[in-house]
Design a protein around this ligand. Structure first.
Ligand SMILES: NC(=O)c1ccc[n+]([C@@H]2O[C@H](COP(=O)([O-])OP(=O)(O)OC[C@H]3O[C@@H](n4cnc5c(N)ncnc54)[C@H](O)[C@@H]3O)[C@@H](O)[C@H]2O)c1
Length: 338
């Protein structure tokens, strides 16, 4: 069982990223902190920001860079970002460009940021209507996992992270998948020991994938996008009234339906995943026309004229990336809408 006091190391190209499990964030005096205002924690030398997707913007980047300048940050400065995925993304981006790179610590405070955003080095801000259009690959030197932050997290934010955790289990950890199936009650009631264990397992899967493919150039990192082409379409069609977690859960199920339609996905496995998603309260049918959802995929980065590239699964741990005809997607979506 994972416990406080443990740490893991990943090597993202030549950079070592240490993940440390402890009660509190670091408190070193020479560290500059950027902290999410919704997080119950503070230190000297802190810039507080009201986090959320809106902060991944040039104006906030300028505020962070200005703070570093006024505080006379130098090459020896360590920047520590305490917050959810949005603050981790912009804070890490600022660290990557200020003086051509400051030492970076991340203290993710949402479940999603713990298992996903803080691990793997993707940083960024949004630009015009595009998400994460400007950014860099800049892994943190250290990531602190401090479970107490989960106490104040809303159920909706918790579910956002849980959907990514389920996806990660499907891709790379059969034991994690079993724990998620067997300990639903404990997980939803935030049992600390179980949460520590599943978070560490999810971080291990993501860390190992990113070690193989930091720049998403050798294919395997693409597996982490399981369900996401569908999820992005749903978020866009619903004008973001579906949260990211709800959209990802629906998207995972949709990817398995496509896999079954093409004779790729194992039927028993697809049913197990569907049951698991329902048990955690995710809705598996949505009130939008298939045509609308397919149209919303037209901006997907992985598209060609008639085909879209999808991450699909044969069964647990066997993940593939395949081009699928738009007509097939439209037909499958008929079963996934109300
Ligand atoms: N870099 C990556 O690899 C990667 C991966 C996945 C997601 N992301 C990015 O992460 C962002 C989403 O992150 P998120 O889901 O953490 O959302 P978020 O950072 O927007 O936080 C959601 C809300 O929770 C609040 N919050 C944060 N910690 C809290 C706590 N402990 N208690 C109470 N409230 C708290 C925040 O203030 C905010 O209002 C997106 O911008 C997405 O693009 C990045």
């Amino acid at each position: 069982l994972c416990a406080y006091g443990r740490s893991q190391q990943f090597f993202f190209k030549s950079k070592c990223c240490e993940v440390i499990y402890q009660q509190d964030p670091p408190t070193d005096d020479h560290v500059f902190f950027i902290v999410d205002r919704n997080v119950a924690w503070s230190r000297n030398s802190t810039l507080f920001l009201s986090a959320g997707e809106h902060i991944k913007h040039f104006s906030c980047l300028k505020e962070i860079l200005n703070y570093l300048y006024v505080k006379e940050a130098d090459r020896g400065t360590i920047l520590c970002v305490v917050g959810g995925g949005s603050l981790c993304d912009i804070g890490a981006f600022a660290a990557s460009i200020y003086l051509r790179g400051l030492s970076l610590m991340l203290v993710p405070t949402t479940l999603l940021a713990m298992v996903d955003a803080a691990i793997g080095g993707k940083t960024g801000i949004n630009f015009k209507s595009g998400k994460n259009i400007i950014g860099s690959f800049y892994p943190a030197n250290k990531v602190y996992i401090c479970m107490k932050f989960l106490d104040t997290l809303s159920d909706q934010e918790f579910k956002n992270g849980l959907a990514e955790l389920i996806k990660t289990a499907m891709i790379g950890d059969a034991i994690l998948f079993t724990i998620l199936r067997e300990r639903i009650h404990d997980i939803l009631h935030k049992d600390l020991n179980i949460l520590l264990d599943i978070i560490q397992r999810a971080i291990t899967v993501k860390g190992k994938i990113v070690e193989q493919d930091l720049y998403e150039s050798e294919g395997v990192r693409e597996h982490l996008n399981l369900g996401h082409t569908f999820a992005h379409a749903l978020e866009s069609v619903s004008d973001f009234s579906y949260s990211h977690g709800d959209a990802v859960a629906w998207g995972i199920n949709a990817a398995l339906h496509v896999g079954r339609y093409l004779g790729i996905s194992d039927a028993t496995y697809a049913c197990e995943v569907q049951e698991l998603l329902s048990s955690y309260g995710y809705r598996l049918k949505v009130p939008y026309k298939p045509e609308l959802l397919v149209n919303a995929m037209r901006y997907d980065k992985k598209r060609t004229r008639d085909h879209l590239r999808f991450v699909l699964q044969e069964n647990a741990q066997r993940t593939i990336v395949q081009s699928v005809d738009r007509r097939c997607i439209r037909e499958v979506l008929e079963y996934l809408v109300l």
